[in-house]
Design a binder for this molecule. Structure first.
Ligand code: APR
Length: 234
């Protein structure tokens, strides 16, 4: 089976109702990014960070569902060995049913111990002092340690980047979906594709990319449907 590697960004979840970050009216227009998504912001105002991510979790659980683009990628598992690398912190690829998902920027539905970062808890979690989707500076894990969102903040390293590069290097087909390609190192992944790898980029407002990339200038749901037809007719 050919290996099809997907690199997804906020755009794939836009039609599910998740805000993108940099489009007009996106999340970083509404909230100051350095306050809610940076290591400095977290150090300066941890209650705000807990509130922000707790609210996002509730929204994601209550009102956001996988769309036809997420589901289309699951369908492609019939024909390809599909590996997903996502910059998204939502769990829509998993909820759609994708088997292999690597989160470059962390996961909204997880928190981790501030003292032992390898202790990661999926929310809701019986072992925490807060049992729901809300965490605060007072939330404790079973060892009595405070927790923080399992999110890669600006200014922090991206531990999943190397495994992601490994996947891209093995790709026969690489599909980039819904990302402005401005945040590094994620934006650099494209450069690791081997010569001869077929590369597709689905985005209604695509960033400029090298000429060997096949751009599908459509929304994710339509673009993934086109891609499936194209790959199945090859
Ligand atoms: N379908 C596909 N793409 C879409 C759609 C859609 N329906 N709607 C918008 N887009 C595209 C936009 O054209 C844009 O190129 O999604 C992209 C969203 O870009 P960003 O908001 O910059 O999101 P992303 O590239 O995922 O951001 C990267 O930045 O702050 C961070 O950590 C956060 O993971 C995030 C990273």
């Amino acid at each position: 089976m050919k290996k099809l590697v997907v690199s997804s960004g906020a755009g794939i979840s836009a039609e599910s109702g998740m805000m993108t970050y940099r489009d007009a009216g996106g999340l970083w227009d509404t909230y100051p990014v350095m306050e809610v998504a940076s290591a400095e912001g977290f150090a300066a105002n941890p209650p705000l960070i807990h509130e922000f991510y707790s609210n996002m979790r509730k929204k994601m659980q209550d009102t956001v569902h996988p769309n036809a683009a997420h589901l289309g990628l699951v369908d492609l598992e019939k024909d390809f060995d599909v590996r997903i690398i996502t910059q998204n912190v939502d769990d829509l690829h998993e909820r759609a049913g994708s088997k292999h998902v690597l989160h470059l920027h962390g996961e909204l539905m997880k928190v981790r111990s501030m003292r032992h970062p390898e202790r990661i808890y999926q929310l809701p979690c019986d072992q925490l002092t807060d049992k729901g989707l809300t965490t605060t500076v007072d939330t404790r894990d079973p060892y009595g340690d405070p927790v923080r969102p399992h999110i890669v903040f600006f200014g922090e390293s991206v531990p999943e980047f190397e495994p992601a590069v490994g996947l891209v290097q093995q790709a026969d087909i690489l599909v980039v979906i819904g990302t402005s390609l401005v945040v590094y190192p994620a934006a650099a992944l494209l450069q690791y594709a081997r010569r001869g790898t077929e590369v597709y980029y689905i985005d209604p407002n695509p960033a400029s990319v090298p000429s060997w990339v096949h751009v599908i200038p459509k929304k994710a749901t339509e673009g993934v449907a086109d891609l499936i037809k194209l790959l199945r007719n090859q």
